[in-house]
Design a binder for this molecule. Structure first.
Ligand code: FAD
Length: 365
C-alpha cells in the first residue's frame, strides 16, 4: 500500500460511492447514495464516481450512471467474488490512495458497517456512522439547520468558504442531532443507512455516457486472513420494509390481544397490498421479529402510506418513518405524539377502528 498522506487536503478531489453487489446484483442503497452523491459532487464542482468490487461485475456498472455516476471504477478478481473484510479493505485503500477522492460514502448495510470503519482506520482518516443528512454547501446546511432545529442560526458564525462535508446523525439515543466534520484529514467518510437518501429517477441517457474503468487489482490469497467455507442464506423470506410502498405498523397498543392485533394489521396490510412493520416495543415483546422494526435502530422507510396502529410516536420511531408521504395514526390517546406528525389521526381503540379500515380497503382495491 502507498504511504498515507491523509492531511494533504488539497490533493484529494471527487466524490465516491462504494457500490455493494451480492451475486452480481446491486444493493438498492447504491442508487440512493449515488443520487445523494450527485448533489454533493455538483455543489463541489467535481466528478462523482462509483467503486464496484467483485468478479465479472462490469456489466452492472453502467447502471450506476443512470443515478448520477460520471465514472465507475471496477475492481475484479476471483478473490473478490465473495466479500471478505481483508480483501475489500486492501483493494479499496489501494485505489483511494492512488486516486484520492475527497469524500467516500458507504451504505450502512452489514458489509458497509464492517468495511467503512476498517478502511477509515487504515487510511488514517475519520468516519461518521449512520448519517441521516449530508451537506457540503454551507448556505444549504444553514437552511437545513433553520428548518429542522431550534438553533439561533442567524446569530451563529459559519465559514461560507469551506468544502467540508457536514455529516449529520442522531446522537444520545436520538434525542439530538449532531453534525460532525473531518476538516484535517481526507477522504471524509461516512456510512448512510439504507432508505434514508432518496433515489433519483433512472436516467438512461446519463447511464449511456457513464464511463467504466477496469482497474488493476493487487491481491494475494495471503492478504486474506479468513476463509469462507460455506455461505448459508437465511431460509425465511426477509420482509422488504425499505422498498415497501405501504406499511401497516403495530406498536405496544396491541398488547390487550396480541394475536388479534397482529391479525388485524396483517389483514389491513394485505387489503392494501402492503407489509407489516412494528415499533421496537412490539419487537422487544417478541410479538414480531426484528426485521419488521421501523426506527432509529430498525429500518428507515419512506413509503407512500404509513399506518401506525397503537404506536405512541417516540422520537426513535419517528426517526425511521417521518419522511413517509402520508401518515395515518390510530391511537386511543389524543395526546399521543404520533398525532403531531400524522396527516390523518383517528383517536380510538384500534381493535374497533382497524376492522372498519380493512373493510373499507377491501372495497377500494
Ligand atoms: P408505547 O410507547 O408503549 O405506545 C403504545 C401506544 O399505544 C400508546 O400511545 C397508547 O396510547 C396506544 N394504545 C394502547 N392501547 C391502544 C388501543 N387499544 N388502541 C389504540 N391505541 C392504543 N422504537 C422504535 O419504534 N424503533 C426504534 O428503532 C427504536 N430505537 C430506539 C433506540 C434507542 C437508543 C432507544 C433508547 C429507544 C428506541 N426505541 C425505538 C424505543 C422508543 O423510545 C419507544 O420506547 C418505542 O417506540 C415505543 O413503542 P410503542 O409506541 O409501540 O409503545
Amino acid at each position: 500500500m502507498k504511504s498515507i498522506q491523509s492531511m494533504d487536503i488539497q490533493a484529494f478531489q471527487g466524490v465516491w460511492v462504494f457500490c455493494e453487489q451480492r451475486d452480481g446484483a446491486q444493493m438498492p442503497t447504491n442508487f440512493e447514495l449515488m443520487s445523494e452523491g450527485r448533489k454533493l459532487a455538483d455543489e463541489l464542482g467535481v466528478e462523482l464516481c462509483g467503486l464496484l468490487l467483485g468478479e465479472n461485475v462490469e456489466d452492472v456498472a453502467r447502471e450506476l450512471g443512470g443515478y448520477g455516476a460520471d465514472r465507475v471504477f471496477v475492481c475484479q478478481s476471483p478473490l473478490l467474488e465473495q466479500y471478505t473484510t481483508d480483501a475489500y479493505t486492501k483493494v479499496i485503500c489501494d485505489i483511494v490512495l492512488e486516486k484520492k477522492p475527497e469524500i467516500v460514502l458507504f451504505g450502512a448495510t452489514h458489509i458497509g458497517r464492517d468495511l467503512g470503519p476498517r478502511c477509515a482506520a487504515r487510511l488514517q482518516t475519520g468516519l461518521t456512522a449512520d448519517c441521516t443528512h449530508l451537506d457540503v454547501d454551507t448556505a444549504k446546511y444553514v437552511e437545513f439547520l433553520r428548518s429542522t432545529s431550534t438553533l439561533d442560526v442567524d446569530n451563529m458564525k459559519f465559514n461560507t468558504n469551506d468544502r467540508d462535508l457536514k455529516m449529520t446523525r442522531p446522537a444520545f439515543g436520538g434525542h439530538l442531532m449532531a453534525t460532525i466534520i473531518c476538516p484535517r484529514f481526507r477522504p471524509q467518510m461516512s456510512t448512510v443507512r439504507p432508505g434514508v437518501m432518496k433515489k433519483s429517477p433512472f436516467d438512461q441517457a446519463k447511464a449511456d455516457t457513464c464511463s467504466v474503468e477496469i482497474c488493476p487489482v493487487s491481491l494475494d490469497p495471503q492478504d486474506i486472513k479468513t476463509r469462507i467455507l460455506e455461505v448459508v442464506k437465511e431460509a425465511k423470506a426477509i420482509i422488504d420494509l425499505t422498498g415497501a410502498e405501504i406499511i401497516v405498523s403495530v406498536g405496544y397498543g396491541i398488547s390487550r390481544d396480541v394475536k388479534q392485533g397482529l391479525a388485524l394489521a396483517g389483514e389491513l396490510a394485505q387489503a392494501l397490498g402492503g407489509v407489516v412493520g412494528a415499533s421496537r416495543a412490539a419487537v422487544d415483546a417478541g410479538w414480531v421479529t426484528g426485521d419488521h422494526q421501523v426506527g432509529q435502530t430498525g429500518k428507515t422507510v419512506r413509503p407512500k402510506l404509513y399506518i401506525a396502529l397503537g404506536i405512541s410516536g417516540a422520537i426513535q420511531h419517528k426517526a425511521g418513518m417521518q419522511d413517509s408521504e402520508c401518515i395515518i395514526a390510530v391511537n386511543q390517546n389524543s395526546a399521543a405524539p404520533i398525532f403531531e406528525l400524522a396527516d390523518y389521526g383517528i383517536c380510538g381503540d384500534l381493535f374497533q377502528v382497524v376492522p372498519l379500515m380493512a373493510e373499507a380497503a377491501k372495497q377500494l382495491v
